[in-house]
Design a protein around this ligand. Structure first.
Ligand code: ZN
Length: 204
């Protein structure tokens, strides 16, 4: 596990260094829409969605574009300052966009896994977070149709990360005190522009 994580963060550094200028510019433009640490919308509980209209469908498409441009694997509406219960995610680049509205956990496994996570709202931060390995979530899609997702591994992780966002919870709340301290330092440096681009691969 520890070895895997090292490999992953090295691969990330390579990947971000090699971003071509157009991809990097698109990423920076997308990230300007994402609220960062200190913004109250990251610390508030979002309200349920009652109306499934064209505006909601448009919002879902926009979130999918911003997530892709930001090179993230998940995005919650609250990260854009929109305080309702909508999240999008995509773990497999070839998969359709995952859309969960008003998500509720039906099941969380007792089996846990620890992995490094990053967050589009916490620049420069990568911390280890322990989460259930398997989850089942009931939600609606953007048309209001019911959806049930059974997810494991990274997919289960990103869904839990985004549902946390809808409840005002951040990965800083789910890691050790030591890692939180280091994360706060890394974030200050990243936000001051001293640390060019070292966001971890798995940012959501
Ligand atoms: Zn996040």
């Amino acid at each position: 596990m520890a070895e895997e994580q090292t490999v992953q963060s090295e691969a990330t550094e390579e990947r971000t260094e090699r971003l071509d200028p157009a991809t990097r510019a698109r990423r920076d433009a997308a990230l300007r829409h994402v609220r960062v640490y200190g913004d109250p919308s990251l610390r508030s509980r979002a309200r349920s969605i009652e109306v499934f209209d064209d505006a909601l469908a448009d919002e879902v498409k926009r979130m999918g574009r911003l997530m892709d441009d930001a090179l993230g694997i998940g995005l919650a509406a609250t990260q854009l300052g929109v305080m309702h219960r909508l999240l999008v995610y995509r773990v497999d680049p070839d998969a359709a966009l995952g859309v969960l509205i008003n998500p509720e956990f039906g099941y969380k496994s007792d089996e846990l896994e620890t992995m490094e996570e990053g967050c589009l709202s916490l620049p420069g931060v990568g911390v280890e977070v322990e989460r259930p390995l398997h989850v089942r979530v009931r939600a609606s899609d953007e048309t209001g149709a019911p959806v049930v997702v059974e997810a494991s591994g990274l997919e289960a992780r990103v869904i839990q990360h985004e549902i946390d966002h809808l409840d005002g919870v951040l990965i800083l709340d789910r890691t050790s005190r030591d890692q939180r301290k280091q994360a706060m330092r890394a974030m200050r440096e990243a936000m001051a522009g001293r640390q060019p681009d070292s966001s971890p691969a798995v940012s959501a």
